[in-house]
Design a protein around this ligand. Structure first.
Ligand SMILES: [Zn+2]
Ligand SMILES: [Zn+2]
Length: 314
């Protein structure tokens, strides 16, 4: 709605002139001044130098383009705010089926054999049941050395597995798993994984392009990646969009993003909404909604075996 209002405000004089001339048509039987102008314009157009006609067409085309850009922005905004309110399937542990606590990298381990994120609770339960040195999910023996783990990942990469391609990108970016740090290669792999649907890869691309860490900074490009990920339910990307809008002074949009991620269990987003409430940029109802949603999401992610895992330091 806001973009429509802006588009109309761009053309106040045209609307005003048109209104005056139309009222003249009704009361004056002679050709109105509007008609005279129109006829004169049409007649003279036939004899106008081509350059002038092209200029007029360009102006109309530019107006059309601006209008379609406004519509596209409105469409994106609606999709952005109405989707991604649930976390993706891959955020659930494949053994206990509960959504993994945030941040996921702290509360789970990705398995190089099957590319599944197994929660710390299920890892502890497997250890206690005597299942050692093998994947808790697919029971593949887990190698000790980086070269064997890398071979497992590369095998899945060669089959076009988005999660494996994304993980290999992570390893090139950090220079781990026996690989030399190679940011351009990491970006190449993340881009491929993102095209195959990996929201984590979109999130990583958003991070590097927005911060310029290892690549030339390109914030609009980074934001577009976070938007893609957020619409798929990537909580970190949604939180990052909130931060970006907050930094731009777009407090209403920041609150809208953080409300979504807080209700998915993201603590920093909840604190963001709280901060906005304290400063008068969010309503009491918004803060209360974020608090209740966050509490429910955290409660759903808890389990006795996950609490045990925290106690023993897994
Ligand atoms: Zn689990
Ligand atoms: Zn496995």
């Amino acid at each position: 709605m806001q973009t429509h209002a802006l588009a109309d405000a761009d053309r106040p004089e045209r609307s005003c002139q048109l209104g005056l001339q139309l009222s003249g048509d009704v009361h004056d039987p002679r050709p109105s001044s509007w008609e005279r102008i129109k006829r004169k314009t049409l007649t003279s157009c036939a004899h106008q130098p081509r350059a002038l006609i092209y200029n007029m067409s360009d102006e109309a085309a530019a107006a059309d383009l601006a209008e379609s850009a406004d519509l596209a922005a409105l469409n994106l905004h609606q999709r952005l705010m109405s989707s991604g309110h649930e976390r993706p399937e891959g955020d659930a542990c494949p053994i206990c089926f509960d959504l993994i606590e945030l941040p996921m990298k702290k509360h789970s381990r990705i398995k190089t054999c099957c590319m599944k994120n197994v929660c710390n609770g299920c890892i502890l339960a497997a250890v206690l049941s005597g299942l050692n040195d093998m994947c808790e999910f697919c029971r593949t023996p887990i190698p000790d050395d980086d070269a064997s783990k890398l071979a497992m990942v590369q095998k899945r990469v060669s089959k076009g597995n988005a999660e494996a391609i994304n993980l290999l990108g992570d390893k090139y970016y950090s220079g781990t798993l026996g690989l030399a740090k190679n940011v351009p290669r990491a970006i190449e792999l993340w881009t491929e994984a993102a095209e195959l649907g990996s929201s984590e890869a979109h999130n990583s691309l958003g991070f590097v392009y927005c911060t310029g860490k290892g690549v030339e900074e390109d914030r609009p490009r980074g934001i577009r990646h976070w938007q893609q990920a957020a619409m798929k339910g990537d909580v970190e990307s949604r939180n990052n969009l909130g931060i970006a809008e907050y930094k731009n002074g777009n407090y209403k949009l920041a609150v809208q993003h953080w409300l979504i991620s807080a209700k998915l269990g993201h603590e920093d987003s909840l604190n963001g909404v709280k901060n906005m409430f304290m400063k008068g940029h969010a309503t009491k109802a918004q803060y209360a909604g974020a608090l209740l949603g966050y509490r429910d999401a955290v409660e759903e992610m808890k389990s006795p075996q996950r609490e045990d895992a925290k106690r023993v330091g897994i």
